[in-house]
Design a protein around this ligand. Structure first.
Ligand code: FAD
Length: 329
């Protein structure tokens, strides 16, 4: 077993969604050292995975903000405090040790923490698979698009019929050489307005169709996909990238066996955001109490409450009220 961190962190945050990212800033503001673990390869949680190109209208201080820009702002806000990001790593086990807690990640590495804040949202996302793309993840196939520019000039095939499939079409249209949608049904789950927008852009939409094969170029990259269309046989489409936007399943997974009080896939907390386990707190979508409203704005408030209470739990001499950030140097 490797110790990823050496000395214990004051705080290990599990989940780099909006709540976890804001908690990282706040922990830095309170002078706590911190690491942030997330099973996704990019920060931003649901925003990055499901709606990075959508406008959000209910985050205080922004009349409107694109999901991607909100996440970028949160990462920038935390950056001066140098959070240690452990992305693409899943938190598996949480055990008490002499100095606090020991978190085991997938792969067996361990992290020690004086306190843990769980901001795991709706849990770990598992993308619904595209069987024909088996073995192509990361070498031509993606489930979400961290950078639109990575697809500049490419022929992109988007597979799916929900809101995110159409969001990707609208977002990729200005940068890609071509964008084609392949959907296995005749009807879409996506809102009619975005389907209309995609049609107005002249996007080719192939329904009642399935991607059956990824075609490899001599240099090992993706060059095309074969599509089987009901009643019309097979067609080969040029494709440098496939966005498999078939949705995600989400699951709290290992967190459910950590001895916390869990109801309806959320962790019960008190008004300090403390859970049933000592020095383990929760905030954001994953935290539950009577009257809870699952929103980004709520998660921000809960992150501040949790971290200020953690600061006092770690140092009983510390003040709960942190002082105003506007007075900080
Ligand atoms: C399509 C859509 C539109 C939305 N629009 C709005 C809106 O307009 N306004 C608004 O306020 N809210 C909106 N929401 C809800 C909002 O996105 C959530 O409330 C918010 O993302 C919750 O943030 P969070 O950080 O608590 O959790 P999440 O964003 O869910 O992040 C949790 C993170 O924890 C990670 N994780 C979970 N388990 C583990 C583990 N064991 N190990 C490591 N990592 C783990 C996950 O990978 C994830 O990245 C929308 C949601 C969706 C799906």
């Amino acid at each position: 077993m490797t110790d990823v961190a050496g000395d214990p962190y004051d705080l290990v945050i599990i989940g780099a969604g909006p709540t976890g990212l804001f908690a990282a800033y706040y922990a830095g503001f309170r002078g706590l050292s911190m690491a942030v673990v997330d099973s996704l390869p990019e920060p931003g949680g649901q925003v990055t995975a499901m709606y990075p190109e959508k406008m959000i209208y209910d985050v205080g201080g922004f009349a409107e903000v694109r999901g991607r820009d909100l996440v970028e702002g949160l990462v920038k806000q935390a950056a001066p405090f140098k959070p240690k990001y452990l992305l693409g790593r899943k938190a598996e086990k949480l055990a008490p040790v002499a100095e606090g807690l020991e978190l085991t990640l997938d792969g067996g590495e361990t992290l020690r923490a004086r306190a843990v804040l769980i901001t795991a949202g709706i849990g770990e996302f598992t993308p619904r698979p595209l069987p024909a793309g088996d073995g192509w993840l990361g070498r031509g196939m993606v489930h979400f698009v961290p950078s639109l520019q990575a697809h500049a000039g490419q022929h992109v095939v988007v597979v799916g019929g929900g809101d995110s499939a159409f969001d990707w079409i609208l977002a990729l249209h200005p940068v890609a050489a071509s964008v084609t949608l392949v959907h296995r049904r005749a009807k879409f789950r996506a809102a009619e307005s975005i389907v209309r927008q995609a049609r107005e852009l002249g996007t080719r939409i192939i329904t009642d169709a399935e991607v059956t094969r990824f075609v490899e170029a001599p240099d090992g990259t993706l060059e095309a996909v074969d599509v089987s269309i009901k009643g019309a046989g097979e067609e080969r489409l040029p494709a440098n990238a496939v966005v498999a936007a078939l949705g995600f399943t989400a699951d709290l997974g290992p967190i459910e066996s950590w001895g916390l009080e869990i109801s309806h896939r959320a962790i019960t907390v008190d008004s300090t955001m403390a859970t049933a386990r000592e020095r383990v707190y929760a905030a954001g979508d994953v935290a539950a109490y009577p009257g809870k409203v699952k929103l980004i704005a709520t998660g921000f408030g809960e992150a501040a409450t949790a971290v200020n209470n953690i600061a006092v739990a770690l140092d009983p001499e510390a003040h709960l009220f942190p002082g105003h950030s506007s007075n900080a140097e």
